[in-house]
Design a binder for this molecule. Structure first.
Ligand code: SAM
Length: 294
């Protein structure tokens, strides 16, 4: 179904207002490809009728339109240098924290279909196994994983993946250790699945109810937003991070130009960001070598 310039404008304003997602000029095909099915399912003859329906019945239809306009592209262990930094620097630091802190809190702030938070959960468990009996128990860690897309969250919470999804970045040894094949699907071990709590959340909303996190990942999502929203979200992330917390963003992203509240830390080949002025609590991320059972 072809979209007129007026319809395109109305729909992209609507999507921007409710999700922050920018649909640039020239992306008419994206709206047509992703929303035509909803248009048909809702008995509309054109995009104007769909837009009018959105105005009068904003609840479930709004959710479906926003869901359809999200890009849920993700991979297991996405970005080698980030996951190397996670294994060598960040997880050892979180393990140290778990020795004195009753709960270490991690947030995957745009988790899509779950590959990001589950990759982190598997690496946490790997590290615990390497440390051995003196390792902090898994219940000292929790991973909150949020996204605006209900269809992505549905796949994520099920923890069941197709061969195609598995082929996108999963390592063979992790597949053997943490998945069970059931028919056509690969099912994630419940120990790993239970470490991650999924929740629907719009990054445009207030973060106030979440409390403080030790580590936040907000990777490959702010690229879809306008500068003023990026600025607001970096500010809210700063306020949600512990003084000695750490933020990870996508390899092509940087908070520079939006806030000076963070300083960059190089962890091997990957950059991460910690709140400025953490004082003696500022995080140190020296690699921690394992010796014996320590
Ligand atoms: C490209 S995926 C990134 C997934 C993962 N972080 C990664 O790096 O592989 C972007 C995700 O951001 C989500 N998203 C877009 N706008 C959002 C918003 N306003 N609030 C929360 N999530 C949003 C999308 O639904 C999508 O799943």
């Amino acid at each position: 179904m072809a979209i007129s310039p007026e319809e395109f404008d109305a729909i992209r304003k609507f999507v921007h207002e409710h999700s922050g997602i920018l649909i640039n000029e020239g992306k008419e095909y994206l709206v047509e490809n992703r929303l035509t099915i909803l248009l048909v399912q809702n008995g509309c003859e054109n995009f104007l009728q769909l837009y009018q329906k959105l105005q009068s019945d904003p609840g479930p239809l709004r959710t479906k339109v926003i869901d359809a306009m999200t890009t849920n592209e993700t991979l297991w262990f996405r970005d080698d240098s980030f996951f190397t930094a996670l294994s060598d620097h960040i997880i050892p630091r979180l393990m140290e924290k778990a020795k004195t802190q009753s709960l270490v809190r991690i947030w995957s702030a745009a988790c899509s279909t779950g590959q990001e938070p589950y990759s982190v959960a598997m690496l946490l468990e790997e590290r615990r196994r390497q440390i051995g009996p003196s390792a902090p128990p898994l219940n000292r860690f929790t991973i909150l994983a949020t996204d605006i897309s209900p269809s992505a969250l549905f796949i994520a919470s099920a923890g069941r993946y197709s061969q195609l999804a598995i082929s996108r970045g999963m390592k063979n040894d992790f597949l053997d250790k943490y998945f069970k094949k059931n028919g056509m699907a690969y099912e994630l071990d419940p120990t790993i699945r239970n470490l991650v709590k999924f929740q629907s959340f719009n990054l445009k909303s207030s973060f106030a109810s979440f409390g403080t996190f030790d580590f936040i990942m907000c990777r490959n999502v702010l690229i879809y937003f306008a500068d003023d929203l990026k600025k607001q979200i970096y500010g809210k992330i700063h306020d949600a991070l512990a003084k000695d917390g750490l933020l990870a963003i996508g390899a092509s992203e940087s908070p520079r130009g939006y806030t000076d509240a963070f300083e960059q830390v190089m962890l091997g080949g990957a950059a991460a960001f910690r709140p400025k002025g953490g004082g003696s609590k500022a995080a140190s991320f020296e690699p921690t070598r394992l010796t014996g059972n320590a």
